[in-house]
Design a protein around this ligand. Structure first.
Ligand SMILES: CC(C)(COP(=O)(O)OP(=O)(O)OC[C@H]1O[C@@H](n2cnc3c(N)ncnc32)[C@H](O)[C@@H]1OP(=O)(O)O)[C@@H](O)C(=O)NCCC(=O)NCCS
Ligand SMILES: CC(=O)OP(=O)(O)O
Length: 334
């Protein structure tokens, strides 16, 4: 059984309520229908009932078991307006702006449902940018206790691959933090190792990636990853983590032995921490497209409740996977 089958089985065991606000996108309907058919979550769609019914017919999917919420008709609207104003008053949010935002940006309505306990998690981003998808949850849900930095990772499943754990990897940060400092990079490594273990059950082996292996090149960019590695080893002594190292040294045993002799991680890494968002975002898309890998994410870690993003290039099957992961994250956050 692959990790996604296991995640779906976990999701099924304690079904959570997952909101999908992007009812303007066909993939949302197909993913919602499949998630219901596979019994992995209770699905809440945000939109107008007649529009959803029309699309359901057009796409030939069965959404009779989904809950459809039309913000305009919801008796919760006023309480959501009040709460949003309370939360964003210091940033200048007025009741008029809050009403307009909740009625016209369904992602905000969905995030408020999670905030108010009317849903357990949210998945969006198939037709909205990452910034517009994650900003509402950063603003409204905020970070989980004990977390300073929210970051975003992908769970990757590379077919016919002997590297990582038979092709299973976590990659980070591929979605959120553009240019992490050494401290932030160390925090991303710690969070991703924890997420990888929690979602796949595998022991993480974390490589701090660079274009240099153990001092083979010299530049401020390399120094940043070396410093991040030092901090991460200090902060997370129980995690197998090493760096700085190149991608080949991280995952290919013979190269790891040659370039980083004595490293327990080199050649065996299953958690790859990229030095910046350019590298992370380009890296995951290369593996997804050229190696035909399944790529689930960008999943967030560190938000007070599970809200996960998607790539606008995702398939509806990817959305089903992210729904299942979101449901399992919701179980873990209680
Ligand atoms: C998500 C993103 C928009 C947040 O950036 P921003 O410009 O700081 O946005 P805001 O200032 O409105 O931040 C929103 C809130 O989230 C908080 N926040 C932003 N990034 C955060 C992080 N990584 N961890 C915790 N909180 C964060 C801010 O402090 C702010 O809180 P406040 O409004 O209560 O003060 C930005 O990080 C971004 O654009 N990232 C790149 C996304 C992207 O293009 N990815 C590529 C495709 S996947
Ligand atoms: C994760 C990501 O790259 O998102 P998008 O493709 O929507 O920019």
């Amino acid at each position: 059984m692959g990790f996604m089958d296991e995640i779906k089985a976990k999701a099924r065991a304690d079904r959570k309520r997952i909101v999908l606000p992007e009812t303007e996108d066909e993939r949302t309907y197909r993913a919602a229908a499949k998630a219901i058919e596979e019994d992995i979550a209770d699905i809440i769609l945000i939109g107008k009932a007649d529009v959803v019914a029309e699309k359901e017919k057009e796409y030939g999917v069965d959404l009779s078991k989904a809950t459809v919420i039309d913000p305009e008709k919801s008796d919760k609207l006023q309480s959501y307006i009040d709460k949003l104003v309370e939360l964003r008053k210091k940033k200048g949010m007025t009741p008029e702006q809050a009403k307009d935002t909740l009625l016209n940006q369904y992602i905000y309505y969905g995030v408020m449902m999670v905030k108010m306990g009317d849903a357990d998690g949210l998945v969006s981003g198939a037709c909205h940018s990452t910034a517009n998808t994650l900003r509402p949850s950063l603003q409204i849900l905020k970070t989980a206790p004990g977390t300073k930095l929210v970051s975003a990772f992908f769970l990757m499943n590379v077919p016919n691959c002997e590297y990582g754990d038979n092709g299973t990897f976590a990659f980070a940060d591929c979605g959120l933090n553009q240019n992490p400092t050494a401290e932030e990079l160390a925090a991303i490594a710690g969070s991703t190792a924890k997420s990888f273990k929690a979602l796949t059950g595998h022991e993480p082996r974390v490589a701090m990636l660079s274009y240099s292996t153990m001092g083979s090149a010299k530049h401020d960019d390399v120094t940043k990853v070396q410093e991040a590695t030092r901090i991460a080893k200090e902060e997370y002594p129980d995690i197998a983590l090493d760096g700085e190292m190149q991608l080949d040294a991280a995952i290919v045993p013979s190269v790891g032995e040659f370039k980083a002799p004595g490293s327990k991680v080199a050649g065996h890494a299953n958690v790859l921490i990229f030095p910046n968002l350019d590298a992370g975002n380009i890296g995951y898309k290369l593996v997804q497209r050229l190696a035909k890998a399944e790529a689930y994410g960008p999943m967030t870690q560190g938000i007070a409740a599970p809200v996960n993003d998607l790539s606008r290039g995702c398939s509806w099957e990817d959305i089903v996977g992210v729904i299942a992961i979101t449901a399992v994250q919701a179980q873990m956050q209680g």
